[in-house]
Ligand binder design. Structure first.
Ligand code: GLA
Length: 374
């Protein structure tokens, strides 16, 4: 049933419209976005949809995943007042208000097909879908980056997840068959052609279904390590450090953390260079795999489920494979020849079965358009 139909069922009238925003996978550039570095995500063809209409007195949020509605007042809602999934909605309203922008109470119904808790930025997709709905219903004209910034503020300051800005920028700037090359220092965006099918390729997303959670301490601990390393190196952010300088750090843990970030930035630029030059995308495979090794050994954010998926995908013929997203679970991406995709999926599934693990869920990453009216 469509989200507009669900809305009409529960609210007794049609919505003013339906707005949607995509989840994302990051092709490469992990944990670089809060170091002023480079990232290269794509917006997925999986979206969170929000049917919305102006309301009186209170905002009501309902979701196809939740039995109970959540209510709050747009003019007064504050951090801590709304928790759980609806905090992403309330946080956006709050962020608009904090920025001095008009807000309004809304009736909302949320439905989508971005897997939740899989590291595919379902939260950013919800924030961005609500933000574009709010803009249109209040007549507020903002550009894509301004909306992404408000959505990120909701995540950081209302929900309390200390993330960088990649996910919301990908959800807003995504374009079909394009990668979003983002310089997180100034939020400059360049769209890079990425039409895999024309090269006989597929990008598999292997959802390992290992539980993943960003609000816990590990993500924040990595951020703190990176900030400390930048301070010791005397640079504004690790984006400004060289590999040689990083090797001079005496603290072994900080050296490894910083080495990941600095080499990851180099890999992103190398991938962009190869794709911009029109090279066969197979040429980026080794860089994807090197990114995974760096996350496993230097940044230490992988877990056995993702390491097994990446290694087995490569053994089964993938040109490259790496964990994507914040880490400690989530998804692995694998660049494969179109005809090899099913074999890779079968090999990873068999490896999981051997270990007594739940089977992974595998689908194709198809680069799609960013947020807007659905
Ligand atoms: C999460 C965060 C992003 C980014 C990635 C790691 O997805 O939300 O800002 O830091 O982790 O690259």
């Amino acid at each position: 049933m469509s989200v507009a139909t669900r809305f009409a069922e529960v609210y007794g009238h049609d919505p003013a419209g339906v707005w949607a925003a995509p989840g994302r996978v990051n092709l490469i550039g992990e944990h670089t976005d809060y170091n002023d570095g480079f990232v290269l995500p794509l917006a997925l063809d999986r979206r969170t949809r929000v049917a919305a209409e102006l309301a009186r007195g209170a905002t009501t949020v309902r979701s196809s995943r939740e039995a109970e509605p959540v209510t709050f007042a747009a003019e007064t809602v504050a951090p801590g007042e709304v928790t759980g999934w609806a905090a992403y909605v309330a946080g956006v309203v709050w962020a608009f208000r904090q920025a001095g922008l008009p807000v309004a109470d809304l009736d909302l119904f949320v439905q989508g097909d971005v897997p939740v808790g899989a590291g595919l930025s379902s939260s950013a997709s919800l924030e961005c879908a609500v933000a574009v709905a709010l803009c249109e219903l209040t007549g507020t004209g903002l550009d894509l980056t301004e909306i992404a910034h408000l959505a990120r503020r909701a995540e950081n300051e209302f929900v309390g997840a200390p993330t960088g800005g990649m996910d919301q920028m990908a959800a807003m700037h995504g374009v079909a068959d394009r990668l979003v090359f983002l310089d997180t220092r100034d939020d400059h965006v360049e769209l890079i052609p990425f039409a895999l099918a024309t090269h006989g390729l597929r990008l598999l997303v292997i959802d390992t279904r290992a539980p993943h959670q960003l609000v816990d301490g590990q993500y924040g601990a990595r951020r703190a390590d990176c900030a400390k390393a930048a301070e010791l190196l005397g640079v504004p952010a690790l984006r400004d450090a060289t590999v040689a300088a990083v090797e001079s750090l005496t603290d072994e843990r900080l050296r490894r953390r910083a080495r990941h970030v600095v080499t990851e930035d180099e890999r992103v630029l190398e991938v962009v260079g190869r794709l911009r030059a029109g090279k066969d995308p197979r040429a980026i495979g080794p860089l994807l795999s090197a990114s995974h090794t760096s996350m496993r050994e230097d940044f230490e954010i992988t877990v056995p489920h993702v390491d097994v998926a990446a290694a087995v995908a490569e053994e089964a013929g993938a040109h490259g494979a790496r964990m994507t997203g914040g880490g400690f679970g989530g998804c692995v991406i694998a660049l494969v020849d179109a005809e090899a995709g099913d074999g890779v999926t079968g090999a990873v599934t068999a490896a999981y079965a051997e270990r007594g693990w739940e089977p992974p869920v595998v689908f194709d990453a198809v680069a799609a358009d960013g947020a807007g009216r659905a």
